[in-house]
Design a protein around this ligand. Structure first.
Ligand SMILES: *[C@@H]1O[C@H](CO)[C@@H](O)[C@H](O)[C@H]1NC(C)=O
Ligand SMILES: *[C@@H]1O[C@H](CO)[C@@H](O)[C@H](O)[C@H]1NC(C)=O
Ligand SMILES: *[C@@H]1O[C@H](CO)[C@@H](O)[C@H](O)[C@H]1NC(C)=O
Ligand SMILES: *[C@@H]1O[C@H](CO)[C@@H](O)[C@H](O)[C@H]1NC(C)=O
Ligand SMILES: *[C@@H]1O[C@H](CO)[C@@H](O)[C@H](O)[C@H]1NC(C)=O
Ligand SMILES: *[C@@H]1O[C@H](CO)[C@@H](O)[C@H](O)[C@H]1NC(C)=O
Ligand SMILES: *[C@@H]1O[C@H](CO)[C@@H](O)[C@H](O)[C@H]1NC(C)=O
Ligand SMILES: *[C@@H]1O[C@H](CO)[C@@H](O)[C@H](O)[C@H]1NC(C)=O
Ligand SMILES: [Cu+2]
Length: 641
């Protein structure tokens, strides 16, 4: 099935400039396991400083030689800065190699004071921070030491994996899962910088704990003195694998609790033996008056959009996902699942009456995406900013409620990427339509498994990949190329450096039914896509062209498909590989809300060394052997993504 054809327009080539190797201007502050010397890389030209900023941002120093500092975060190493094109590998810093080892195990934890069985990374939840500088090469060895028989794999969310599709960590696409007792080394280069997270891409494992933050230091559009990483998530007291059964019966599982950096106080019943309130608590961060703090917000949720604010403080937004943007001021921000925002907060609160302030986080909408949350029902208090490090008091409550605006992505007028790009207008007959719907398999969609239950569809068909036969195997990595089963939903993009456009459509009638108007955070692997339109409660009509946002549109790796509406995205075919696009609501993705782009098929395996082909095959052979006797083989299975 070739549902869409790439289309194009000549891409304006970026001049390839070369840079001599330079030392890293900063050393990240913590936990670097290894720093084993420079990355071999050839470079040809003399400068990669980009275009000057708009005159309104007059404090920026764009001169050659300017070095990254607290007062000039826009600079980097004197040769590169905030305006350097980070999607051109010849432009980015040489970097060093950073090694990490992530061991996945089962364990019991009580991050909010309620004991649950989860899966942990290096014995902890969330997993350790992976941190380095722009241009560094990361070598991350993932070891499967689970006792529940699950395979695993690791995806580095938002990392573009330019030329390294095989390191994308998507089980059933770019690899067989890592079998119990085995390990796999992921090697990739950080061409972008900013804030992100890694998570398992095996079934629902990330909901059950296999997650951690990624911080890549680089230029910033706003100055700051210090930084903190804040991981926001909803939290379940039941295994996601158990909850999935309900999802396939049309009962969306609701989270029990929430966590900020893996902590909260869940109001549990002390007669319940799992209730150990002493182990719950609030995450504290300390502010020193007069300083500016960069807070790296990461939404690792499974089900809900969250609204975030800090009592007594406004802030400036400096980046959306891995894309630095023109700064804008606000006092509250919505972060969808998988999204990140980097915000700069000045420690300038009025501290006469109080020195402690609540960090608040609250669910925006209740499924099915219609009813606003009853403001008094959910306790917004999630963490504490302290101007007095020795204080242990809870702050006085200021606001449990905030105007949550529309509970949608931040308005496009505010999110303006620093590195400006214009998108050629989409030809109106060349858009791929991906119809999103929630159906029983017998009603117009293809059943992927013989089990009963409801499934999500994308492009009129539910996604399912067999972990034993990943996309690469069908493409011929282990023998002859074979035709894909329909449930693999391959969309071929074979033309090089072309713009491709897609409508993800959630407002249409099929078999007398319309899709549930629920918001979905759509995530694409291997690219930052351009958001050309994001429309709520309206129908996409091919005959009546709409006004697209083409002039430096929002560009990111995760954007919300508004309930009852549609999303139009574009990207350039600059990165050969098999790349998933899926809903980041974990239960939806597991229920088939995904498809894959096969981008420049003939170039995908050219990226592999002989050793990599052998390792791929060995891992698959081991997985196939183990899977024969795995009890999870029968019964409800998820899409594999
Ligand atoms: C993974 O482990 C969970 C228990 O944690 C189990 O319910 C599920 O069936 C396992 N799935 C696979 C595919 O091994
Ligand atoms: C599944 O749904 C049923 C029916 O609503 C409910 O009673 C049960 O508690 C749910 N199971 C879980 C694990 O949430
Ligand atoms: C995280 O994303 C979910 C789903 O989009 C959203 O409901 C939630 O509000 C987000 N959390 C934060 C803190 O923004
Ligand atoms: C935040 O911004 C609003 C609107 O500009 C302003 O009314 C308010 O005083 C500001 N609050 C703080 C703490 O600076
Ligand atoms: C900081 O908090 C400690 C502990 O509550 C208190 O003893 C001290 O007076 C506070 N200092 C200031 C400057 O408020
Ligand atoms: C299929 O769709 C029809 C018409 O909407 C509906 O009556 C029927 O219940 C559906 N079947 C299943 C199995 O959901
Ligand atoms: C998907 O379903 C819609 C609505 O029934 C239909 O209009 C469209 O042609 C279908 N698309 C494909 C690719 O089958
Ligand atoms: C679908 O689009 C129509 C306009 O064409 C709109 O009236 C309707 O409210 C939309 N449906 C939903 C569920 O938002
Ligand atoms: Cu979804």
């Amino acid at each position: 099935m070739r549902v869409a054809r790439g289309f194009l327009w000549m891409l304006v080539g970026t001049a390839s400039l070369s840079v001599p190797a330079v030392a890293n201007p900063i050393a990240p502050n913590i936990n670097i396991n290894a720093n084993t010397g420079p990355v071999p890389q050839s470079s040809k030209c003399s400068s990669s400083l980009g275009t000057a900023p708009t005159p309104s941002e007059s404090n920026y120093d764009t001169s050659a030689g300017c070095l990254h500092s607290k007062t000039h975060r826009e600079c980097w190493d004197g040769k590169r800065n905030l305006w350097t094109d980070y999607e051109d590998l010849s432009m980015i810093p040489k970097g060093v190699v950073r090694k990490y080892e992530l061991t996945i195990t089962n364990g019991e934890i009580a991050p909010d004071g309620y004991t649950v069985g989860k899966m942990l990374v290096n014995g902890q939840y969330p997993g350790p921070k992976i941190e380095g500088n722009w241009g560094d090469t990361f070598e991350i060895t993932v070891k499967n030491r689970l006792s529940n028989g699950n395979g695993t794999s690791m995806h580095f969310h938002g990392i573009q994996q330019l030329g390294t599709n095989r390191m994308d960590g998507a089980s059933g696409i770019t690899q067989c899962p890592i079998p119990v007792g085995k390990s796999m080394k992921y090697v990739w280069r950080a061409n972008q910088y900013g804030t992100s997270w890694y998570h398992s891409h095996f079934s629902l494992q990330y909901t059950d704990g296999v997650v951690g933050p990624i911080v890549i230091h680089g230029p910033s559009s706003v100055n700051y003195d210090e930084e903190y990483t804040l991981m926001l998530t909803d939290w379940f007291h039941t295994s996601a694998f158990t909850l999935f059964y309900n999802e396939t019966r049309g009962i969306p599982p609701l989270p029990n609790s929430k966590l900020l950096n893996g902590k909260w106080k869940f109001p549990c019943d002390s007669s319940d033996p799992r209730c150990v309130s002493s182990r719950g608590g609030f995450t504290d961060i300390v502010f020193e008056k007069g300083k500016k703090y960069r807070l790296r917000l990461i939404n690792m949720s499974t089900t809900y959009m969250q609204t975030f604010w800090i009592d007594g403080h406004n802030f400036t937004v400096a980046a959306a996902d891995f894309v630095p943007i023109e700064p804008f001021r606000t006092d509250v921000i919505n972060v969808a699942i998988g999204q990140r925002y980097d915000i700069i907060v000045s420690a300038d609160a009025n501290t006469r009456e109080q020195t402690d302030f609540w960090i608040n986080m609250k669910t925006c909408l209740i499924p099915p995406g219609m009813a606003p949350v009853d403001c008094s029902a959910e306790d917004a208090r999630t963490g504490i900013v302290r101007y007095n490090a020795s204080s242990t008091k809870n702050p006085p409550t200021i606001s449990n409620c905030r105007d949550q605006k529309t509970c949608r992505d931040e308005p496009k007028e505010l999110v303006k990427p620093i590195i400006k790009r214009r998108v050629p207008p989409p030809p109106h007959n060349m858009l791929g339509d991906f119809y999103v719907s929630w159906d029983s398999p017998s009603n117009g969609s293809t059943a992927s498994q013989d089990d009963v239950g409801w499934r999500w569809n994308m492009a009129n068909s539910t996604f399912f990949v067999d972990w034993e036969e990943p996309t690469y195997s069908y493409l011929g990595l282990e023998g002859n190329e074979r035709p894909f089963p329909q449930s693999y939903q391959p969309v071929y993009l074979n033309e090089k450096d072309k713009w491709v456009y897609f409508v993800i459509n959630a407002n249409f009638t099929r078999m007398g039914r319309v899709p549930i108007p629920l918001d979905h955070p759509i995530h694409l692997h291997g690219h930052d896509f351009y958001v050309l339109a994001q429309v709520t409660h309206d129908q996409f009509d091919r005959a009546t062209p709409i006004e697209y946002n083409l002039d430096n549109p929002v560009r990111r790796d995760t954007a919300v498909l508004p309930g009852g509406g549609f999303l139009v995205i574009a990207f350039e075919t600059k990165n050969p590989g098999a790349w998933l696009i899926h809903c980041h609501l974990a239960f939806h993705s597991s229920a088939g809300f995904a498809l894959q782009f096969i981008e420049r098929e003939s170039e995908i395996f050219e990226q592999f060394s002989g050793k990599e082909v052998r390792l791929y095959h060995e891992q698959c052979e081991q997985w196939r052997e183990d899977w024969k006797t795995n009890p999870a083989r029968t019964g409800i299975r998820d899409s594999g993504a």
